[in-house]
Design a protein around this ligand. Structure first.
Ligand SMILES: CC(C)(COP(=O)(O)OP(=O)(O)OC[C@H]1O[C@@H](n2cnc3c(N)ncnc32)[C@H](O)[C@@H]1OP(=O)(O)O)[C@@H](O)C(=O)NCCC(=O)NCCS
Length: 208
């Protein structure tokens, strides 16, 4: 595949269902039997925290093969102030296009756009093995803790990347996941009924 066959652009309303199908295919049985991320993106778009200017899709020859989304949130700093940051996801590449470098291309383009828009940092839950290639490190190394977790717990899933160099230098505190990310399994299951049936499988490597 040639890199210049790939377009990264803002999602349009007419893409919504196609994007949700993509998200469902990419996340299905990866982190749990079935998935909730197609429902999450569906509800996120209407949430005030959603960053419309960073609602991105990757297109190959007219088909949507990747997507990335961001929401605004804060770090509640230990000095009591709130530091605006972004969180990211769902992000995915269609299964048949994975491991070809496209995830990194999409991620890097998204982060560049977020930096251009003036955002200072992105904090996410994810696997360092993928995100380290795009400059993410452990949030604990910046003195930022994940909400509602004991201080000494393993937070190696919790990653961050500055967009403005030095943005987190003098910040220590607690990151808050935007409320919209806490979708209910029952709502996701109900939404899922509007898609073609797919088997939910319990597989090794899933969370919990
Ligand atoms: C994660 C995902 C977006 C990566 O996209 P991709 O196009 O396959 O990734 P790339 O080919 O650009 O990989 C870039 C690097 O990250 C590594 N990588 C990619 N996915 C990885 C994963 N799940 N775990 C560990 N490393 C990963 C690759 O090995 C590659 O490293 P290398 O250059 O040293 O080989 C894609 O696999 C996906 O959609 N997965 C399902 C949904 C998901 O898990 N999303 C992320 C939620 S946190």
């Amino acid at each position: 595949m040639k890199e210049n066959d790939i377009i990264i652009r803002l999602e349009r309303e007419e893409d919504y269902r196609k994007t949700e199908e993509l998200v469902r295919n990419a996340f299905w049985n990866v982190y749990r039997p079935g998935c909730v991320e197609h429902w999450l993106i569906h509800v996120m778009r209407d949430d005030p925290s959603f960053v419309k200017e960073l609602d991105l899709v990757m297109e190959h020859k007219g088909s949507i093969i990747g997507q990335n989304a961001f929401a605004r949130t804060v770090i509640v700093s230990d000095d009591g102030s709130e530091v605006p940051v972004l969180t990211m996801g769902p992000v995915c590449i269609s299964p048949e296009y994975q491991k070809m470098g496209l995830g990194k291309i999409l991620l890097d383009a998204s982060l560049e756009k977020a930096a251009d828009l003036g955002y200072g940092a992105v904090l996410i839950e994810g696997n360092i093995e993928f995100y380290k290639h795009s400059g993410f490190g452990y949030s604990r190394d910046h003195g930022i803790r994940y909400h509602d977790m004991p201080e000494d717990s393993d937070q190696s899933f919790f990653l961050c990347r500055e967009l403005l160099p030095g943005y987190l230098d003098s910040v220590t505190g607690v990151y808050m996941t935007p409320e919209v990310y806490f979708v209910k399994d029952e709502d996701a299951d109900e939404f899922d009924k509007s898609f073609p049936e797919k088997e939910k499988l319990k597989l090794p490597g899933q969370l919990g």
